[in-house]
Write a protein that binds this ligand. Sequence first.
Ligand SMILES: Nc1ncnc2c1ncn2[C@@H]1O[C@H](COP(=O)(O)OP(=O)(O)OP(=O)(O)O)[C@@H](O)[C@H]1O
Length: 485
Amino acid sequence: MLHLGHVSGGYDGMPVIEDVCFSVSKGEFFGILGPNGSGKTTLLKMISGLIACTDGSIQLNNKDITDFSRKELARKMAVLPQLSAHAFSYTVRETVALGRYAHNLGLFQSWTSKDEKVLQMVMEQTNITRFQHDSVQQLSGGEQQRVFLAQALAQQPEILLLDEPTNHLDLAYQKDLLDLLKKGAKQQGLTVISIFHDLNLASLYCDRLLLIDEGRTRALHTPDGVLTEALVKEVYQTEVKKHPHPEIAKPQMHLIPADMFSADVKIDASMLNVKQEHITLTSPIPLRTLSSGVCGAGIGWNSYFVNRQVSKDYDCSDPEHEMRNYLEKNEFDASRTVGMMTAVQLEDVAYGLWGKDHVSLFTVVTAGVGNATDSTRTTGTHRQGVPGTINIWLFVNGRLTEEAFIQAIMTATEAKTKTLMELGITDSETNTIATGTSTDSILVAATGKGPLLSYAGSATKLGQLIGKSVYRETKRAIQRSQGLM
Ligand SMILES: Nc1ncnc2c1ncn2[C@@H]1O[C@H](COP(=O)(O)OP(=O)(O)OP(=O)(O)O)[C@@H](O)[C@H]1O
């Protein structure tokens, strides 16, 4: 639909855009990214015909844009400019109605019922109907932004050009506006070309991104292809971390603020508090965690770790909610706590600091095996009223990659299973060696200090510490709970 072939252009003979080529198809949501002054607005002005190309050509539906009259072009393309501090003397309704200009013979003279219908529709869509008789001047920046979007939509263009459309909008309106544009693209085939400063919004909504730097194309691809840590660092001169969005398959870039480094912290027994009711560990800094606890499960940052004793017939339809109430009652901030439950006597806990020098590990285990299961054979129907959960906490005094977190869990699970095998713990349903219990939980937490540990398999120092410590501490915890130590 729109094709830019080797386009160059700028101001007063000074080139800003150089040799840019790309095509945008009908119904595509296309994002333009780049640092301040890289030429994004200039490129948008060239597409809308406001600035002429000094080289190359811009074609709309196979016709050079210079061959369209201004009014013809306005029926095809609408522009939502960056909001500036102009004085707007029109009312909201009048401002939006100006968008129908391209469809009329003269301003307001031939106002038709179709114009009125479109006007009402776009004011509804942008949620500005209630301000329609107010002066644009008296609206907030975000409200004005929506008025000008309504004006652009009233043009009923094939292509909508937007310069940072979410500027001035609060979180909900940012989402509403971009949802509206996406819907327009998907359902009505509206082609959206938009400048973004927010890489994450661009990633969420755009089908493809163009990254420009000093007026030249640096990358043109899907969000995943353009938003790489290396490219963003090079173009924006700033450190970022790439992470997948938790709900949809789009990348998100996280800034890393300077001066966020806190003092070195080593997690050890001095931070552990064993009581009859619960075992707690309080870290002076938030730790990066991966856990299967009742609370604080998944990936997160936590400072408090609670292993709470519950009666063996604890039965609750919403254990997470109940646990949160418990944590709050005991003055733990539930949003920063990993909480687990066990029915074993907490004084039977086994723990120890393993390793020294570059990496060390503080391992804490509570273990009951009354509920031991062989995961390869159990049908899950056989349950005993005997306490039986193995809760393993691994505090790594080091910095872990995500794969190291996952491998730490694998290595710990292998070591736990080996302990059960050596102690001859069996599944009472299948009469075979148990692999764990049906309600085991695990936590891996890391201080994030020191050299990066990329792996935690048994070939690494960390993996060996995990294997040995989980094996030993689980064995001691089981033997204690069985009254053997
Ligand atoms: N009207 C103008 N006359 C002369 N030079 C201009 C004009 N407008 C912009 N420039 C220059 O062109 C370059 C690119 O500006 P442009 O506004 O296109 O960048 P941008 O990527 O949109 O920046 P930002 O992210 O800050 O909005 C800058 O060096 C700017 O100073």
